[in-house]
Design a protein around this ligand. Structure first.
Ligand code: NAP
Length: 295
């Protein structure tokens, strides 16, 4: 069975499933999406990440609906899982991405997500991205109100820098349970934020853990040390990446995307792989530059 990790007051599977991939392009087969969600549940996944803005077109809510419909076809699934959704992005003409972190938008987007998902409260609501046109404290105030008004049980932030995380800790207190930033063998610039999360008991949800939707298949060529370590063990380079992420901090939960059952089953398999000393050294995280030092 897959090990668990802490997310606020709850324990969830140490690997979550990124659901964006289920509907991100028009060629995705809805039946295969349902099979993928079922495979994730069968493998013990209890954390699913989505967002109101994920989908192949500018239409909002497509991914949330695909995920909840798949979950609802499995009796008891909703009692076991945490659905982590996000708001703060809108989509424009030709499916372009916009940011709206205004309190008014966050309040209405969260309520729209709650209605689509048909839950009593959102288990985890995340601000997708800070909006440079809105004081960050105002966006955080809207998140705080969601918890205080019972719309969300917990909140998280995403794509934040160190100062923004500091501000969020101050404004949200223990309502804040997660930071969702990019982290993978190819992208390690969020190391200092990961360590701050660790110190403060906040979970770091690693998005794009295999290098992102487009790079995941070519991860071996882009990260040869991971490819070699994987070959020595007879596992895939993607499994090596997930196992490595889990090894660098107890605060990390990788959320690999999947649109095929095989992908999520393989990622769950990685959760029981323990890195040895040689692997830890070879794949070591580069040191965090001290202040004033160039990275
Ligand atoms: N907060 C943000 O701004 C943000 C940004 C991007 C993503 N996200 C979240 O993070 C999640 C993951 O990121 P991502 O989907 O961009 O990138 P990713 O997880 O690095 O890569 C996803 C791709 O990897 C493949 N894959 C997954 N597990 C695999 C395995 N064990 N072996 C081989 N291939 C595997 C999948 O293939 P198949 O599709 O063929 O199954 C999928 O296309 C998203 O789904 C989304 O929920 C958040």
């Amino acid at each position: 069975m897959i090990p668990t990790r802490r997310l606020g007051d709850q324990q969830v599977s140490a690997v979550g499933m990124g659901s964006m991939t289920l509907t991100q392009t028009l060629d995705k087969d809805p039946a295969q999406g349902v099979q993928t969600v079922h495979a994730a549940l069968d493998a013990g996944i209890t954390l699913f990440d989505t967002a109101d803005s994920y989908g192949p077109t500018g239409e909002m809510g497509v991914n949330e609906l695909a995920l909840i419909r798949a979950l609802r076809t499995r009796p008891d699934a909703l009692e076991r899982v945490v659905i982590a959704t996000k708001g703060g992005h809108t989509r424009g003409p030709n499916a372009t991405w916009w940011v709206d972190g205004s309190p008014k938008h966050i309040a209405s987007a969260a309520r729209a997500s709650l209605q689509r998902l048909g839950l009593e409260a959102l288990p985890l609501y995340q601000l997708h991205r800070p909006d440079v046109r809105v004081p960050f404290a105002d966006s955080l105030g809207a998140l705080r109100a969601l918890v205080d008004d019972g719309i969300a049980l917990r909140v998280g932030i995403s794509n934040v820098d160190h100062d923004q995380l500091d501000t969020a800790i101050e404004i949200l207190g223990d309502r804040l349970v997660s930071v969702q930033n990019e982290y993978s063998p190819l992208e390690r610039s969020n190391e200092a934020i990961l360590r701050l999360c660790e110190q403060r008991g906040i979970t770091f949800l690693a998005w794009g853990p295999l290098g992102g939707m487009r790079a995941a298949k070519g991860l071996g060529a882009a990260a040869p040390a991971f490819q070699q370590a994987a070959e020595r063990r007879g596992i895939s380079v993607q499994q090596m990446a997930v196992a490595w992420l889990l090894s660098i901090s107890d605060a990390i939960i990788p959320i690999p995307g999947a649109s095929r059952p095989e992908s999520i089953q393989s990622s769950v398999g990685a959760a029981s792989i323990e890195l040895d000393e040689r692997e830890r050294e070879e794949l070591a995280v580069p040191p965090v530059p001290t202040e004033g030092e160039q990275p």
